[in-house]
Design a protein around this ligand. Sequence first.
Ligand SMILES: C[S@@+](CC[C@H](N)C(=O)[O-])C[C@H]1O[C@@H](n2cnc3c(N)ncnc32)[C@H](O)[C@@H]1O
Length: 262
Amino acid sequence: MTPLPPATGAPEPTRSSDAPEAQQADGGQRWFRAKDWDAHVSDLEQMADSPGFLRLRDTIIDRAGLRAEDRVLDVGAGTGLLALAAAPRVAHVHALDVSPAMCEHLGRKVARLSIANIDVTVDTATELPLADGSVDVVLSNYCFHHLSDADKDVALREIDRVLRPGGRLIFGDMMFRLSVSDSRDRAVIALLVKRIIRRGPAGLLRLAKNGARIAAGRWEHPAGVEWWRAALERAGFTEVDVRALEHEGGIAAARKSPSPPA
Ligand SMILES: C[S@@+](CC[C@H](N)C(=O)[O-])C[C@H]1O[C@@H](n2cnc3c(N)ncnc32)[C@H](O)[C@@H]1O
């Protein structure tokens, strides 16, 4: 667990354009870029303020059914979309993110808003800095597609470890595969390509660059609904419910088994 540097004044969040879908705050251009999140704090503030992300936040918080005594973990917290919404409803929130700049920014927001029940740490989803069974609810939004499938499995095992028996996991993420064999995957990819092409020559150049990234295995790693369902079951979760949304996203909910497997 890496401690944060002292808080200083944070930049004010900026409002995004009229992004209709979760990822459209930037016109879709960043879809195909590998992210150095340290360099994208203000971009993420915009994205987190887009109607799509705000809808995802509300759905995740609603599905989580948070209670006043809950101890919550937000994995890949970014600028705090879920952590800040959860904090007033629960006892404690641990917000972690692998990006030091993102954590510094969120730490400043938390200090500025005088929120006493959020801790922010620089950590990775594959090595959670928490004791076994110490969390009631794990939340996450649009983080897991940055992990390889193998790391997603590791992260799920870690989440299972830190959850108390009967604890819940609710997350949103891109849910499709870069594949043309499934009709939803085909439709999502066509939608994303169309968004980029609409940008004209710059979009075509972006498309070519991203094609090269995908070919080199340097793009993100979204997984489909079926993959997530199987992975959650593999990790031992019960009450697994994974649903595709009308765009590229999906929401998954699951519960840690109330008793250890026999
Ligand atoms: C699209 S942003 C979403 C942030 C936030 N959850 C939200 O909904 O606004 C993805 C975040 O995941 C973080 N991230 C990527 N890989 C991670 C990892 N292995 N462990 C923890 N966080 C990670 C990034 O630094 C970034 O802040």
